[in-house]
Design a protein around this ligand. Structure first.
Ligand SMILES: Cc1cc2nc3c(=O)[nH]c(=O)nc-3n(C[C@H](O)[C@H](O)[C@H](O)COP(=O)(O)OP(=O)(O)OC[C@H]3O[C@@H](n4cnc5c(N)ncnc54)[C@H](O)[C@@H]3O)c2cc1C
Length: 277
């Protein structure tokens, strides 16, 4: 990448509406060489520019082996994401990235992997779930716990069904508020952790979602015997430069954009839940 601050143009290839406020954009770089050279690790993100409006950090949600495109799943929360929801195939965005440190794939290889996600917190984890599913023989048991506030908020339902039918894969869903058709549990996703029969010595936990949810999950996992270096999570902070220069996403001594967004609990235990630095 020649200039870290200069976005490259990508063209929207497909747009999928996942829920009333969540959509996925499949895109590819206008320049074929840039697309071929694009390589990322699950958990990394791009800074995506809506020209004339602004730039936001968005996780990459596909498996890195998909070399002809990359996917971003975006929730409408404000000005830029709302503008992006109007994009259609053929429209263009700017891309800087991939940035940050992704999930600890080497650490996870050969282990049982527990993935705990809340809300659209699932976006940074979806790429790693796809990675694990496409390389099933390299990992032990996989357990996916996904929580949402309302059962109708759950996206990728069919995908969860497909994953749950894989060998030694367990998917447990929880919603605070449920409709009659809901087949998961009612309650908080963190409550599901206590029901698990984890093989503590060979487990690694990957968490993503609201910070309070992750803190509760970490407390449960630690009380079950997981060591701090077996627990990893993805942090979210307002970001601007994406490359550890501007300081907007600083937490204590760390820049979430450059040193994270994925951290080991042992690295950031003292700073979780802190808003400023
Ligand atoms: C590493 C990383 C990966 C991300 N991946 C995704 C993703 O895959 N999909 C997705 O939809 N979103 C993702 N986000 C969040 C996304 O960057 C913000 O939602 C986006 O910046 C909102 O911009 P906006 O202009 O639409 O809203 P704004 O008008 O900027 O913000 C609307 C509200 O959201 C708050 N807000 C904005 N950004 C953040 C943030 N990063 N953390 C906490 N609060 C924030 C603002 O303070 C405000 O209250 C990610 C963020 C980070 C840091």
């Amino acid at each position: 990448m020649s200039d870290l601050y200069l976005p490259r143009t990508a063209v929207i290839d497909q747009r999928t509406q996942e829920s009333p406020t969540i959509f996925t954009l499949r895109m590819q770089f206008e320049d074929d060489h840039a697309q071929q050279a694009f390589d990322f690790s699950p958990g990394q993100f791009n800074m995506v520019t809506l020209f004339g409006v602004g730039e936001i950090a968005i996780s990459i949600v596909n498996d890195p082996q998909d070399s002809h495109f990359f996917d971003h799943t975006i929730r409408v929360v404000g000005r830029v994401s709302e503008g992006m929801s109007g994009l259609r195939p053929g429209d263009r965005v700017g891309i800087r990235g991939p940035f940050g440190r992704g999930w600890p794939l080497d650490e996870a290889r050969g282990k049982d992997v527990l993935l705990v996600t809340g809300g659209l917190g699932c976006a940074p984890l979806v790429s790693v779930i796809r990675y694990l599913m496409n390389r099933r023989d390299q990992f032990g048991h996989i357990t996916i716990l996904q929580g949402v506030k309302h059962s109708s908020d759950l996206i990728w339902r069919e995908q969860y069904d497909i994953w749950s039918r894989e060998h030694e894969v367990k998917v447990l869903l929880a919603a605070d508020v449920v409709t009659r058709e809901w087949r998961g549990q009612q309650g908080m996703v963190t409550e599901l952790i206590g029901e698990l029969n984890l093989r503590i010595g060979r487990a690694i936990a990957l968490l993503c979602g609201p910070e309070l949810m992750m803190m509760a999950a970490i407390a449960n996992l630690r009380s079950m015997g997981l060591a701090d270096n077996q627990i990893w999570f993805s942090m979210e902070r307002n970001m601007q430069c994406g490359v550890g220069q501007c300081g907007h996403c600083q937490i204590g001594p760390k820049y979430v954009c450059r040193d994270g967004p994925v951290f080991c609990y042992s690295e950031l235990a003292d700073f979780m839940g802190t808003k400023g630095f």
